[in-house]
Design a protein around this ligand. Structure first.
Ligand code: CO
Length: 506
């Protein structure tokens, strides 16, 4: 084909992609609305609206014409330089297209229905602390996920087919190897913290923090670290999320608890981290892989980095603590910075993942990773979950959940068919620590600048080294290119040691 013909074909392809991605963005906006300000009675019609759009997007994104255009482009000049934007777009769209085409419309509909029922049953069962109400639904979800993995196909492990939806290229073996080394060091580290007998004054952050002041304070901090409020909003929801609607419009959310400071503040920083990634993507590639996030793990690395490595650092609070004392005089005026800093970095085993600290959080994930892989490989069945969960939990943390709502039924993921998703949370922590260590090498005055309220150089570093690439490199390669080393648990352990060693005298 002539070069001219090729570029026309490419234009045709990108036009079609942008069209269905724009349609998808309309769905994202409806979904944001559903979770923030939609009146309760609108729920049923909203489901209809969302499922109509989802169906239209699926139809358009798997249309045979897309396959024809991709077929013409895959062997063209445009695909020869693998890192050129056009080649990246052709490669990644093909990958998604091939996967999407494997699933029949009937399968997609069945999965949507079963997971929707599953989530409903899960909610009820969790409230009643009765796993048996959830079991028949969960069995159906797992059977469908096994079917999905078999339909996708895999080389080694059935679970690989599912992780790939969230962390392209990752496998049970590659992730398992990193997690195994990590856990080996994490477990004795946690034990040393517990054995130290030292504990911060946790009640400091459980005092009364008026919601209005929390909102102003969190908004100011999100703005200070670089979330652009002219291209985004911060609103209230029950389960915080970030949604990159499209160019110039990124929505983040948080929730306020007047008697627990960390929820809203660190939630807002976390989502602002996701938002800064979305806002850092190249808008000229909207809808195309070059303008999209690499993987969920890399996305989570951006949120964790701002939430924890920056937001829970001493340097950060040197700048923000005097403000906090002004906003919350009743709670904090008589509290020293060091005591507050330790209270927001309290490490102790607890039952609930989303409330876990930086150290124990990773163990919560490794437990889920091992269990869901065993479920997908039919080494354990859904009925075994409560017993296996409690046994593993006790061996990981030394405490046993008193009921399944504080145990195996705490997360929505499995009911929603999100299997293979959990590992991306801990991968996010590992990527974050590895990126941050490299940023600190390149920007040696970073902490001093945090203490002055200057975060721009770190944001710029992330923009240039990570965000600007879109999906040019797979996660694994991106980490290696940016940091010079493959993904490892070593930077995370080094960070945890340096931070928590002095706090707990270990
Ligand atoms: Co997140």
């Amino acid at each position: 084909m002539s070069t001219n013909g090729t570029s026309q074909t490419y234009e045709k392809l990108t036009k079609r992609i942008r069209e269905y991605q724009t349609l998808g963005a309309c769905g994202s906006l409806l979904s944001w609305d559903e979770h923030t300000i939609m009146p309760q009675k609108g729920a049923e019609f909203r489901s209809e609206q969302l499922s109509l759009i989802a169906g239209m997007v699926h139809e358009r994104s798997t249309a045979p014409e897309i396959g024809d255009l991709l077929g013409e482009l895959q062997n063209s000049d445009l695909a020869t330089r693998p890192e050129a934007p056009e080649a990246v777009n052709i490669r990644e769209v093909s990958r998604e297209f091939q996967k999407g085409r494997k699933l029949s419309k009937e399968f997609v509909e069945e999965l949507t229905l079963v997971t929707s029922q599953g989530q409903h049953a899960w909610k009820k069962a969790r409230e009643k602390k009765d796993f048996s109400l959830f079991l028949p639904y969960l069995e159906k979800v797992i059977a469908l996920k096994i079917k999905q993995a078999e339909t996708y196909g895999y080389e080694q492990d059935r679970y690989d087919a599912l992780i790939d939806d969230y962390e392209p290229g990752a496998t049970f073996e590659s992730v398992g190897k990193v997690f195994a080394g990590f856990r080996e060091e994490l477990t004795p580290f946690l034990k040393a913290i517990q054995d130290s007998g030292k504990k911060p004054k946790r009640e400091i952050i459980e005092r009364h923090f008026p919601v209005g002041a929390q909102e102003t304070f969190a908004t100011g901090a999100a703005k200070a670290i670089g979330f652009d409020f002219k291209a985004g909003r911060l609103d209230v929801t029950t389960h915080p999320f970030c949604s990159g609607i499209g160019p110039g419009d990124t929505r983040i959310t948080t929730r306020y608890n007047p008697n627990h400071f960390p929820d809203a503040f660190f939630g807002a920083l976390h989502e602002a981290g996701h938002g800064i990634y979305e806002q850092g993507l190249d808008t000229s590639y909207f809808g195309l892989p070059m303008g999209q996030a690499v993987s969920l793990g890399i996305h989570e690395s951006q949120s964790r980095l701002w939430e924890n490595l920056v937001g829970r650092s001493k340097a950060f609070w040197k700048r923000f603590y005097p403000d906090a004392q002004r906003y919350f005089p009743q709670a904090l005026s008589a509290v020293a910075l060091d005591d507050f800093y330790w209270a927001v970095n309290d490490v102790r085993p607890s039952f609930i993942r989303v409330e876990a600290d930086e150290v124990t959080y990773n163990l919560h994930i490794i437990l889920r990773f091992e269990m869901e892989r065993a479920l997908i490989n039919e080494e354990i069945s859904a009925a075994d979950i409560p017993a296996v969960w409690n046994e593993k939990f006790t061996s990981f943390f030394g405490i046993t959940p008193p009921d399944d709502s504080l145990g195996c039924m705490q997360d929505v993921h499995w009911s929603a068919g999100l299997m293979g998703y959990f590992p991306t949370y801990a991968l996010g922590n590992l990527y974050a620590a590895q990126f941050f260590a490299k940023a600190l090498e390149d920007l040696p005055n970073m902490y001093e600048n945090f203490a002055k309220g200057e975060f721009g150089e770190l944001k710029k570093w992330l923009n240039e080294n990570i965000h600007a690439h879109g999906q040019r490199y797979p996660a694994e390669k991106l980490v290696e290119l940016v940091t010079g080393k493959p993904l490892s648990h070593a930077p995370e352990m080094k960070y945890l040691n340096e931070k928590y060693g002095p706090l707990y005298g270990i």
